[in-house]
Ligand binder design. Structure first.
Ligand SMILES: NC(=O)c1ccc[n+]([C@@H]2O[C@H](COP(=O)([O-])OP(=O)(O)OC[C@H]3O[C@@H](n4cnc5c(N)ncnc54)[C@H](O)[C@@H]3O)[C@@H](O)[C@H]2O)c1
Length: 565
């Protein structure tokens, strides 16, 4: 039986069979020959996911000072059921990623269809044509329990397999650039020995030219710029690898404006990535306790943060949303902890702040379920069987990436509490974490395993018509600061819902005027870190009482006057 890979828009692509591989290799050979005659370097990007697909386009778009393309890029992707569809899509010039940055789609189209500097394939044989291989496959960290990062392990399998496959196919002087975020020590202590061993088996006596330079991709409006026009750190296992990686990065990214930082050893650039993301996770986690403080003491954390931000020394303080998601921040610190013990062999426990920060971030979203429960209770509605709409499935604003989003935990906890959930997200067509919760990200990885009563969530679909979806809701949770949600008018929301609702603001989307209006319309409002809503509620109630008293007084006066006549 042929197997198929389904694209997010529902298009079916049959996975390749043996004959297809031979034809594909012929296609690549012809392409590579003609590209070499144009003096272009052949670059293979292994793994065309959120990072690899866009990095492949950036490299394919690179030109020399005379405006000539200098690289021909082959994006290479495993022909798995989950990911194969990305290959035919790229080969049509279409982006496999949905993003707010219009440049991503334009660049992929330009490189595939006009410049002809980009193609995608599923065959590892492509590696033998490579002058440079860029590794952008994932390296996951699997947590065994919710809110305890120490209880977990780095999943090295995909990466280790990739190193072996690369070493089996490449020529000895191919530069292998690892961009994957790895446990510090991986390049020198895992990749290097694996590849060297394969080289020796192939009777190659030189050492693999391995380099490391991590990505700082920010999916969203500045996707391309965050790869091409941004500072990079790099390193190599030896002098040759180091000078080759410096040369390569100079040719493909804007190092004139954003100079490279070259570190002595790969473990230093690997550590830089882990520290960078652990730092970010920590400043977010630190605000969780102040968010609770704010809720209990009439303080609006958003205003507090904005007032602090004006100090240049504190300008990177940020409001923590409902859980700190994305692929990187929840796992990267874990890779550091794991490396200390399992790569470097230390037994002592030096890590305190990094795991604590990740644990706080991993469970912050659960508080949203409590706020929703309380808001509904204040309206006399039980959470069990309440109809709740979550606005936003992705982990941050204006992107379609749902990995480890706070919204997933909100949906799971509220479902466990008996609520009926609906979800809307303009950037997400399929929320695979639910639709395929038994196999995605892998059978043992789904967060489903930490909650009860999750079976029906397989049928959860991401709604695209907001007006329609609002109809009949008891509660609306603003979970992500997507552009279309910022301008929603309270009167319209309540009107479409068919009456007063509970409104939960997880990301300070609502200004005070909107919060006030929701209260005036009979809604209940609660928000993460938004203790001042109680003050607005009291003001609205006082004003309503005043109007009521005035109406009663007027009524009495009118009655008295009528009597006197
Ligand atoms: N997504 C981000 O915002 C971001 C930012 C900075 C760094 N990173 C890092 O970049 C790396 C890649 O992340 P991503 O978000 O692109 O992951 P991803 O899961 O979107 O992409 C990885 C791709 O590699 C493919 N793959 C796995 N094994 C393969 C193999 N043997 N051969 C060919 N393809 C293979 C997978 O099918 C998948 O398409 C990770 O280490 C991540 O931590 C990600």
């Amino acid at each position: 039986m042929p197997e198929y890979s389904l694209s997010p828009t529902g298009e079916k692509f049959q996975l390749p069979d043996q004959k297809d591989y031979l034809k594909e290799l012929e296609r690549l050979k012809m392409l590579v020959n003609s590209q070499r005659s144009l003096k272009r370097e052949i670059v293979i990007v292994m793994g065309v996911g959120f990072v690899g697909a866009v990095m492949a386009a950036v490299v394919a778009d690179a030109e020399d000072s005379k405006g000539n393309s200098t690289k021909f890029v082959i994006g290479m992707q495993r022909p798995s059921i989950r990911s194969f569809w990305k290959i035919p899509l790229i080969n049509r010039g279409l982006s496999p990623i949905s993003t707010e940055d219009p440049e991503v789609a334009l660049m992929i189209d330009r490189c595939v269809n006009r410049k002809k500097t980009l193609t995608a394939t599923y065959t590892y044989d492509a590696l033998k044509f490579a002058d440079v291989v860029i590794v952008d496959v994932q390296c996951d960290y699997l947590k065994e329990s919710l809110g305890n990062v120490r209880n977990g392990q780095a999943e090295m399998k995909a990466l280790e397999e990739s190193f072996e496959i690369i070493a089996t196919h490449i020529s000895p002087n191919t530069l292998v650039l690892i961009e994957t975020t790895v446990a510090p020590g991986t390049t020198e202590q895992i990749a290097y020995p694996i590849m060297r061993k394969v080289f020796r088996k192939r009777r190659i006596n030189t050492d693999p030219l391995l380099a490391h330079s991590f990505e700082r991709v920010m999916p969203g409006k500045n996707y391309i710029a965050s790869i091409r026009d941004f500072w990079r750190v790099c390193s190599g296992v030896n002098e040759e690898a180091r000078s080759r990686v410096i040369q390569f990065l100079r040719e493909v990214i804007n190092t004139e404006k954003y100079p490279l930082t070259v570190l002595d050893r790969p473990i230093e650039s690997e550590t830089a990535k882990i520290v960078e993301n652990s730092y970010r996770a920590t400043i977010l986690a630190f605000l969780d306790e102040w968010s609770h403080f704010a809720e209990q003491n009439g303080v609006d954390l958003m205003k507090v943060i904005n007032s602090i931000k004006v100090r240049p020394t504190h300008s990177n303080i940020i409001f923590p949303g409902p859980g700190i998601g994305g692929y990187c921040l929840p796992k990267d610190g874990g890779l550091g902890l794991w490396a200390y013990r399992h790569i470097h062999g230390f037994e002592d426990d030096i890590f305190k702040i990094t795991p604590l920060a990740i644990d706080i971030n991993d469970t912050r979203a659960l508080h949203v379920a409590q706020l929703t429960r309380d808001a509904l209770r204040n309206m006399g509605r039980p959470i069990a069987s309440a109809e709740i709409l979550v606005l936003g499935a992705s982990y941050r604003e204006d992107v379609g990436d749902t990995r480890y989003s706070g919204s997933e935990l909100i949906v799971r906890r509220l479902t466990e509490m008996g609520a009926e959930l609906r979800v809307h997200d303009p950037y997400v067509l399929h929320w695979w974490e639910f639709e395929k919760q038994d196999e995605y990200p892998a059978s043992s990885h789904s967060l489903k395993r930490f909650f009860r009563g999750q079976e029906k969530l397989k049928d959860l679909r991401v709604e695209q018509d907001l007006k329609e979806t609002l109809h009949g809701m008891d509660a609306v949770i603003f979970a992500v600061r997507h552009q279309p949600y910022l301008t929603l008018d309270p009167d319209e929301v309540v009107n479409q819902a068919g009456g007063p609702i509970a409104v939960i603001d997880c990301f300070a989307l609502l200004d005070d005027a909107k919060i006030r209006r929701y209260f005036e319309l009979g809604c209940e409002v609660k928000g993460l870190g938004r203790g001042h809503v109680k003050r607005i509620k009291d003001q609205v109630r006082e004003e309503k009482e005043k109007v009521l008293t005035e109406n009663v007084r007027q009524g009495l006066r009118l009655k008295a006057r009528n009597k006197a006549q």
